[in-house]
Design a protein around this ligand. Structure first.
Ligand code: ZN
Ligand code: ZN
Length: 262
């Protein structure tokens, strides 16, 4: 059994938890330590039972709660060397906690199998993750301007995908953001649009995924309805039937989701 829940999703904070019922790992810690521990308890997980935190990259919305969390809990942190270096620059006390890896490496955390893949984002050395119990797997792919081949290979065959649906292209283009920021977001090292997210999601479903979580929606440049509509359109194009073949969920921005089991 493998299950996943999100505690927050979007540019104001990202955090998810994956569990096989015995071992639990966090994916990012971009909300306050208090919100993380409260959220875990709401999901009936004792924060002290956390085995590790898998970090995608050093942007604040992914690591803001990390330092305080590490003062409270004895957890190991997993990140690429580039990401770890950026975080330790600000928080040198965390250095001994880090277990570093290269993108593409596989390792185990308390019985969970973790696969990693490079993403394309404007930071030191970003990654996404696939976490499995040996039978079932889920993947998280957010904060990437495109889907590198290594990412697609890693996502192939997962039962659950947490995928980025950051912006609606029209809303971004018409919106109030300055030109350089718009360019950054839609660039190859930015974020996935609804359309690109839908393409990845539809592909993942073709490869066997039966649960989709639309994640990291922009507050300014997207609407849940638009992300959802894009996902449905992408799924229809590959002949996937929502409800029968696949469930589509949207990760709540500021609240704890329910568990999704695969
Ligand atoms: Zn982010
Ligand atoms: Zn980011």
């Amino acid at each position: 059994m493998l299950k996943m829940a999100t505690l927050a999703s979007g540019s104001s904070g990202n955090c998810a938890v994956v569990s096989d019922g015995r071992s639990h790992v966090l994916l990012d810690a971009g909300i306050s330590a208090r919100r993380i521990t409260t959220g875990l308890r709401a999901l009936e997980i004792d924060p002290k039972g956390l085995s590790g935190v898998l970090i995608t990259h050093e942007h604040t919305d992914h690591v803001s709660g990390l330092a305080v969390l590490c003062r409270q809990l004895d957890v190991e942190l997993y990140a690429t060397e580039g990401t770890a270096r950026q975080i330790c620059w600000k928080n040198p006390e965390l250095e001994s906690r880090f277990r570093v890896f290269d993108p593409g490496e596989r390792f185990g955390v308390a019985g969970l199998v973790v696969d990693t893949f490079a993403t394309s984002h404007d930071c030191a050395c970003p990654v996404g993750y696939a976490v499995g119990d040996g039978v079932r797997r889920m993947a998280l792919c957010t904060d990437t301007g495109m889907v590198p081949r290594q990412a697609a290979e890693c996502i192939r065959g997962v039962q659950l995908l947490v995928g980025e649906f950051n912006y609606d292209l029209e809303m971004l283009q018409m919106g109030a953001y300055p030109y350089h920021l718009k360019e950054r977001i839609r660039g190859e090292s930015g974020h996935l649009s609804n359309e690109m997210g839908a393409k990845l999601a539809a592909w993942a479903v073709e490869q066997g995924a039966s649960r989709l979580v639309l994640a990291h929606l922009s507050k300014e440049n997207n609407l849940p309805e638009k992300a959802h509509a894009a996902a449905l359109k992408g799924l229809a194009q590959v002949g996937a039937r929502v409800g029968d073949d696949v469930e589509v969920h949207i990760a709540p921005r500021d609240s704890v989701s329910c568990w999704l089991e695969v």
